[in-house]
Ligand binder design. Structure first.
Ligand SMILES: [Zn+2]
Ligand SMILES: [Zn+2]
Length: 472
């Protein structure tokens, strides 16, 4: 799909008002009807006469009997558009359901000179429009896909250091920006109350994309739902939600991308339902990714890599991602398996830096994990037989034909590249220089295979983990 932002969205309604100098220092309403089933409202407005010092202030009333119910916000002269939904709203406006009925922009006229007339126009959209991407170009974007704030069990020392308190989300955003990340996903447990705190700071964090998410935390496993803006019912094994498939289907219907979290962390009193243990088993075709690295667990017995390999062997094409699972971004003493923000970093090839493009990039699987969160290490893998594909791609190769794989590794010297085929290391080679390109051949036997590479640093530590290319 190309040109996501090329076409301007079409408004559902256009409201117009001609305002003369008689309206000086008065208020007026511009009613319109909201139909049933609307999740989000966006209004973009403009008016003529700014050069003649005309000023029109803007607010919004919704359906209601009394002003304090009707009141949905007031931005005066300080904004040209706003969005409002049950989960979040542009600052100046109140998040709340977009109930059907009569809604009314409330206009104030503080300045209009004698003899002046202004044409006020408001475009009403019964949806949330995609914001402009933070960066328009295609490339590798680095992010952390798992963290918690005061909206669940994120906690930190208070300002004075005297006590532990629910940790303000802003501190995590600041730490992520300082780490040079391009995107973060907030995944508080079983709630979306943090989304309104992502909408307000996004303009300030103009190089850090803020992705709403939820860690769906059940007694039978945890999974992150990325780009989720509505609540989902996580009561797996109840009358309402008989099994994980019900929850996965609801998340999918609400537009989320789902990743199984820390599948091999033991379930117990220390960690409620942490291990992936759906009963009955979940249909993994409803899942897009697996968190194979959680914090610093990459080489521990609880790493998610074997679980992921098992699913690849079964034919599920799940993208390997990582997440720090940061709960206290201020702590100086983070002991494994807890990770600092950006440790690990998931690096996604995307056509631009926007939520849709990062989600599309994770689905496409041209993704690697930078276990130490280095900021600049890179791992690219492509394969060529009649055509060239990147990680996540597929080639059809008849038996006895050979495929050329090319790996490019940057910012690693003295380490080792490992080729992994069907879960086993089949070859190793050293990395002589900071920028290293290396090719190898694989001969097809006509059967299905997946082939991927890992990179170890000079100390033998697993540093970069790549996603597979599929043959047949
Ligand atoms: Zn978890
Ligand atoms: Zn978590």
């Amino acid at each position: 799909m190309c040109c996501l932002h090329a076409a301007a969205p079409t408004p559902d309604l256009i409201l117009r008002d001609t305002i003369t100098d008689k309206a000086y220092r008065t208020y007026r309403l511009l009613p319109f009807d909201v139909p049933d089933g609307i999740q989000a409202l966006e209004i973009r407005f403009d008016y003529t006469g700014r050069d003649a010092r005309t000023t029109i202030d803007v607010g919004l009333l919704g359906p209601g009997e009394k002003f304090d119910i009707e009141f949905r916000g007031w931005s005066g002269g300080n904004k040209r558009s706003f969005t409002l939904s049950a989960s979040d709203a542009t600052p100046s406006y109140l998040a709340g359901p977009v109930t059907p009925g009569k809604w009314q922009p409330l206009l104030g006229v503080p300045n209009i000179r004698n003899g002046q007339t202004t044409e006020f126009t408001a475009e009403v959209y019964f949806q949330r429009n995609n914001p402009a991407p933070l960066k328009a170009e295609a490339g590798w974007y680095r992010g952390d896909l798992h963290m918690h704030s005061a909206h669940s069990d994120g906690n930190c020392a208070s300002k004075s250091g005297d006590k532990r308190v629910p940790c303000p989300l802003f501190l995590t955003l600041d730490a992520a920006a300082n780490h040079g990340l391009d995107f973060v996903a907030f995944t508080d447990h079983n709630t979306i109350s943090h989304i309104k705190e992502l909408t307000a700071p996004q303009p300030y964090f103009d190089k850090l994309l803020l992705i709403p998410g939820m860690e769906m935390t059940t007694f039978q496993g945890h999974a992150n739902a990325f780009n989720l803006r509505e609540p989902v019912d996580i009561r797996v094994s109840s009358k309402e939600v008989p099994d994980w498939n019900t929850l996965l289907t609801e998340a999918k219907n609400k537009g989320a991308l789902v990743s199984i979290n820390h599948p091999r962390v033991p379930t117990g009193e220390a960690c409620m339902g942490c291990g992936w243990s759906p009963n009955p088993p979940a249909d993994l075709s409803l899942v897009q990714a697996v968190e194979v690295v959680n914090g610093n667990d990459i080489e521990s017995p609880i790493t998610g890599i074997p679980f992921w390999h098992e699913q690849l062997q079964k034919g599920y094409r799940l993208t390997a991602i990582g997440g720090s699972d940061t709960h206290d971004v201020t702590s100086k003493n983070v002991s494994p398996p807890q990770g600092r923000i950006g440790v690990p970093t998931t690096v996604v090839y995307a056509k631009e830096l926007s939520i849709d493009a990062i989600m599309e990039g994770i689905r496409a699987c041209n993704v690697f994990i930078d276990a130490a969160g280095s900021r600049d290490r890179k791992l690219e893998l492509s394969a060529t037989y009649k055509q060239t594909v990147a990680m996540g791609g597929q080639l059809s190769v008849p038996a006895k034909q050979s495929v050329t794989f090319t790996a490019r590794i940057e910012q690693m010297t003295g380490g080792t590249v490992e080729i992994i085929r069907a879960g086993n290391i089949t070859r190793r080679t050293g990395i002589p220089a900071a920028k290293h390109t290396w090719s190898f051949e694989e001969t097809s036997d006509g059967q299905r295979h997946w082939i991927r590479i890992d990179v170890r640093d000079a100390d033998g530590k697993l540093a970069l983990l790549g996603n597979p290319i599929y043959v047949n």
